[in-house]
Design a protein around this ligand. Structure first.
Ligand code: MEV
Length: 312
């Protein structure tokens, strides 16, 4: 029987999260954790199979409602009945930890549905169908996650302007650690908004600093000055602390990374739980830092080089 399988990958925000919501730039890099979705024919109601939920599309739990809406919109768009399909998701991206699992699942589903029905899919269509699911899950998202997950290269992103690719001169050795606490991006974004409304001058100053750091990181990447990239990542973390989106455990993992010799470290994504990243000088040091973070209580950790695939 006919099958269509498509993949998508995860992402990490290197710099500029939260500020990006206010029109500032952000830098994101692909993170080689993958999700694949497979479509095949079945009879009757659409069946959705995944680690977190298996059952009819119509009974999807709230956290997956955005995805079921997205699937229905695509089938309507393609003039296909909302039935007679089985959609199977296999994902290595932890859910709700700021690694963009929801956008990645949606991307793989949109790709596999279009390919199953033999339809051409433009990047623009892909983006707008995934945005349907993302807006449902996160409120008004900047679109950064989706753009980062559609790219094989590091990107420079500005809301409503779009992306440019950053061809960094040297590979980066990146450690990612999961606090094990779920990240509530929506709450984190709302908290920043409240602070902004209470004290616009102060928050604007922090956002401007994050913007300058992000610009400097791009320059350092283009020059291949990885040491400087590292120091700037830590500055970015400190500004995220000032804006109220870090927590004790994220700060602890940042400290431990620096003690273990990291070039720099910061939380990544929405904060208030979720994940942090550290930059290492080579793959051996990345492994050491990753192990140290696990010893310090991280729930799981990965390390990879931006020119190779993932090591766990
Ligand atoms: C979340 O991955 C990134 C934030 O900047 C929110 C957004 O861009 O929509 C915190």
């Amino acid at each position: 029987a006919k099958l269509s399988t498509s993949n998508a990958h995860s992402k990490i925000i290197l710099a500029g999260e939260h500020a990006v919501v206010y029109g500032k730039p952000a830098i994101a890099i692909p993170f080689p954790l993958k999700v694949s979705s497979t479509i095949e024919r079945s009879r009757g109601n659409i069946i959705f199979e995944s680690d977190i939920y298996t059952g009819f599309l119509d009974d999807m739990p709230l956290q997956l409602k955005g995805i079921s809406n997205c699937i229905k919109q695509i089938l309507n768009y393609l003039n296909k009945p909302i039935s007679d399909l089985r959609i199977r998701i296999i994902s290595s991206i932890p859910i709700g930890r700021g690694l963009g699992s929801s956008a990645a699942i949606s991307i793989s589903i949109v790709r596999s549905l279009f390919s199953f029905f033999g339809q051409k899919l433009t990047q623009k269509q892909l983006f707008s169908f995934v945005q349907v699911a993302e807006n449902y899950a996160h409120g008004n998202s900047s679109g950064l996650d989706i753009m980062a997950e559609l790219s094989e290269y590091p990107i420079w992103f500005e809301k409503r302007i779009g992306i440019t690719y950053i061809k960094n001169q040297k590979p980066l050795y990146v450690v990612v650690a999961d606090t094990g606490n779920s990240a509530n991006t929506r709450v984190a974004v709302e908290n920043v908004r409240k602070r902004y409304n209470d004290n616009p001058e102060k928050v604007q100053r922090i956002l401007n600093k994050i913007e300058q750091i992000t610009i400097d990181i791009k320059k350092a990447l283009l020059k291949g000055n990885t040491d400087l990239v590292g120091r700037l990542l830590t500055y970015n973390h400190n500004e995220l602390v000032n804006i109220g989106v870090s927590d004790k455990f994220l700060n602890k993992l940042v400290e431990k990374s620096l003690k273990a010799g990291a070039l720099g470290a910061k939380l990544t994504g929405g904060g208030l739980g979720g994940c942090m990243i550290a930059l290492a000088k080579d793959i051996e040091q990345a492994k050491i830092i990753s192990n140290r973070l696990i010893k310090s209580g991280a729930y799981q950790s990965w390390y990879f080089s931006t020119n190779e695939d993932i090591v766990m």
